[in-house]
Design a protein around this ligand. Structure first.
Ligand SMILES: NC(=O)c1ccc[n+]([C@@H]2O[C@H](COP(=O)([O-])OP(=O)(O)OC[C@H]3O[C@@H](n4cnc5c(N)ncnc54)[C@H](OP(=O)(O)O)[C@@H]3O)[C@@H](O)[C@H]2O)c1
Length: 220
């Protein structure tokens, strides 16, 4: 049976790599993208909706698909406050997951982060851990959580901390062996491919894939 995939965050680094994979995949007959900015192209399989996520409750009818891919996110620096960060990385994600589930979605595939932990003293990691835990509690037939390390790929915007950290992490990555492999920076394209593969092969009700597993899955 051919299915529908829904993607939020298709304008971002990972989402931008995932969307073409979904469009090319024969397992999906329709791809719905919900974002606040329009995508720079059209495709016969693509249905695009622009919404203000602060008014997401007015758009519940749009969240109808079998598989929900969530690539939404913002940095605390860009959000301007922890409160605004939480709104994007937790509130919006949770709301859209609830609507999709009520509308009959089968599975959700979420990009979280390496180190996500709802008990962490770090606000970013705690928020990521909380959304993981809250999505699991919604009881989709399948919940897939991917936890990438630092993302590599071409961004249109300049991020100061990434510009500083990436060369260092990439150089250090060569030394990251054995249990440290999950800390190696990972290409956004590899994460996107791993998300699609997991959506189509994973049999577990709850699956959490760390960055080293994503690396293997996304490259094979
Ligand atoms: N960067 C890293 O190294 C790293 C490492 C581990 C995990 N992660 C996580 O991986 C996920 C994807 O990261 P990424 O680098 O691909 O993200 P990104 O490039 O910043 O893209 C984020 C997406 O979220 C959307 N978004 C942000 N704020 C929004 C708002 N207020 N309303 C509607 N949409 C909004 C963006 O839309 P617009 O285009 O409209 O802004 C974009 O589509 C994030 O959850 C991030 O926390 C990142």
């Amino acid at each position: 049976m051919s299915k529908t995939a829904l993607i939020v965050g298709a304008t971002g680094l990972v989402g931008n790599n995932l969307l073409p994979l979904l469009l090319e995949n024969n397992g999906y007959e329709k791809i719905i993208s919900i974002s606040r900015k329009s995508l720079p192209f059209q495709h016969p399989k693509l249905e695009q909706h622009l919404i203000n996520f602060d008014e997401i409750e007015n758009h519940t009818h749009l969240f109808i698909a079998n598989d929900i891919f969530c690539c939404l996110g913002i940095t605390i620096a860009k959000a301007g406050s922890q409160e605004n960060f939480y709104k994007v990385d937790h509130t919006y994600v949770y709301q859209m997951a609830q609507y999709a589930l009520q509308n009959g979605a089968n599975q959700i595939i979420l990009i979280s982060s390496i180190g996500a932990d709802k008990n962490s003293s770090n606000f970013y990691l705690r928020t990521k851990g909380q959304i993981e835990s809250d999505l699991i509690q919604l009881h989709f037939n399948k919940t897939i959580i991917v936890r990438p390390s630092m993302l590599l790929g071409d961004r249109t915007e300049f991020r100061f901390t990434e510009a500083l950290g990436k060369p260092f992490m990439q150089a250090l990555g060569i030394l990251m062996l054995g249990p440290f492999q999950k800390y190696k920076p990972i290409e956004a394209q590899t994460v996107a491919m791993a998300m699609l593969k997991l959506a189509q092969t994973n049999a577990d009700k709850v699956k959490i894939a760390e960055s080293d597993e994503l690396q293997k899955l996304g490259l094979n």
